[in-house]
Design a protein around this ligand. Sequence first.
Ligand SMILES: C[S@@+](CC[C@H](N)C(=O)[O-])C[C@H]1O[C@@H](n2cnc3c(N)ncnc32)[C@H](O)[C@@H]1O
Length: 208
Amino acid sequence: MVRKIDLEVIPTPGRMTPNQDLQAAREELILKSQSFRRVECDFGASKGKFLSESALLNPTAFFSGIEGISDRVKRANRKIQRLGIANAALWRGWGKESLDELMPAAFLDTLHVSFPDPWPKRRHWVRRLVNVSFLEVAVTKLKADGVLRLQTDDLRYFASMKDQLSLHGGWIETPWEDDLLRPFTEFETIFREKGDPIGRIAVKRLKS
Ligand SMILES: C[S@@+](CC[C@H](N)C(=O)[O-])C[C@H]1O[C@@H](n2cnc3c(N)ncnc32)[C@H](O)[C@@H]1O
């Protein structure tokens, strides 16, 4: 399925609003997450459905989110507060740089990238998030045993994700099912209802 992307809504690198102060946010994230057994990050968390539901289902884990559109971040954090959820929070950030600025090194047990904008036209492929330079940052933020979970409804993007993983190197596939309860993301719900195929892969670092 080719999804229409609203170029007025999705900030492109040329017309970004500045990221919030992610250095300060990093301190906040460390404080908020320190009493939890594991920390996860949902990159491109949108309105926080997956984050808030994951937090309620898995109270011993902390769920952080990065999202580029500030209204979505505000809305998600308001919902998290209203529900009294202590183990989830989102921050406004754009691109791999925001992951780099927000996350301490070797901090994450799991990094989720679910249904990133597919940019189906060849001339827009450079805007795709999952590429070698994103993986370069991701690898420094995951713990030694940490898992990167990628899913998309765009099967050509899925093939490209697997190519980028091979190009970057040192990743090994691991089972998609794990010990946590995993709610559907907002987009996953839509694609499942339509019966669209979904490509998903979970990978971790090869032990040297
Ligand atoms: C297609 S939606 C998927 C949302 C959610 N992950 C899901 O599965 O329902 C992609 C989300 O990622 C955000 N996004 C896209 N590119 C981004 C980037 N480079 N940095 C941060 N957020 C981004 C968009 O604003 C949007 O909310």
